[in-house]
Design a protein around this ligand. Structure first.
Ligand code: ADP
Ligand code: MG
Ligand code: MG
Length: 224
């Protein structure tokens, strides 16, 4: 049974009714890593936000089944309780909770403590990204959606993030990641790579898609 099954999903911006998602299809099984790539403005972030139930968007058609249940009928809180989690754009910063501790953490036991800590300022961009990953690890998402967690990271930080993502993966947990970079995908090894174009997934393949993309640009793999 798929963990997530998205069929012909369409969605508009709530305020303007402008259609952004124009029929997205995607199936994610347990233990898989799916990457979504695509030009700026193709609808990648909108897709992520629609999945977690962001109020800026209205679903106008199609279906999303998560763990056998109708995700679109669930409140955002219910979605996260069910195990769907999206990386925070503005991550909560946790004092004393550093990425280098990652391999030593007893992740499950940390959970309640983690949630009770005060937020703090002062981490660098790279450290923030790593903290996002730690949040995911601690919250134990079954499907973690990571929207451009690699933006602004140098290669070392990217490797750390990749290591943390790989550490999250179990035969039961899946990751849906949005990225512009082949480099991250070489560290993480996705099951499938999807190209989004104008609100649809227009192409699916393996790492070779990302390689063509890096070399020749989106034109080379465009559907149009
Ligand atoms: P991507 O993540 O692929 O760069 P987005 O999903 O952020 O693309 O955006 C897709 C298109 O929808 C863009 O043209 C963007 O400007 C527009 N858009 C998305 N969300 C909103 C919003 N809340 N208000 C206005 N326009 C939006
Ligand atoms: Mg963008
Ligand atoms: Mg985006």
């Amino acid at each position: 049974r798929p963990l997530l099954e998205v069929k012909d999903l369409t969605a508009v911006i709530a305020e303007s009714k402008q259609e952004i998602l124009k029929g997205v299809n995607l199936v994610v099984y347990e233990g898989e890593v799916h990457a979504i790539m695509g030009k700026n403005g193709s609808g990648k972030s909108t897709f992520s936000k629609v999945l977690v139930g962001h109020p800026d968007y209205e679903v106008t058609g199609g279906s999303v089944v998560f763990k056998g249940e109708d995700l679109l009928e669930m409140e955002p809180e219910e979605r996260s309780l069910a195990g769907l989690f999206m990386s925070f754009q503005a991550p909560v910063e946790i004092p004393g909770f550093y990425a280098y501790l990652f391999p030593k953490l007893e992740l499950v036991n940390m959970k309640s403590d983690f949630l009770n800590r005060n937020v703090n300022e002062g981490f660098s961009g790279g450290e923030r990204k790593r903290n996002e990953i730690l949040q995911l690890a601690v919250l134990g998402a079954e499907l973690a959606i990571l929207d451009e967690i690699d933006s602004g990271l140098d290669v070392d930080a990217m490797r750390d993030v990749a290591k943390a993502v790989n550490g999250l993966l179990t035969p039961k947990n899946s990751v849906l990641m949005i990225t512009h970079y082949l480099r991250l995908l070489e560290f993480i090894k996705p099951t499938s790579i999807h190209i989004m174009e104008d609100g649809r997934i227009v192409k699916t393949g393996d790492i070779s898609i990302a390689k063509v993309l890096e070399k020749e640009g989106y034109k080379a793999i465009s559907a149009s």
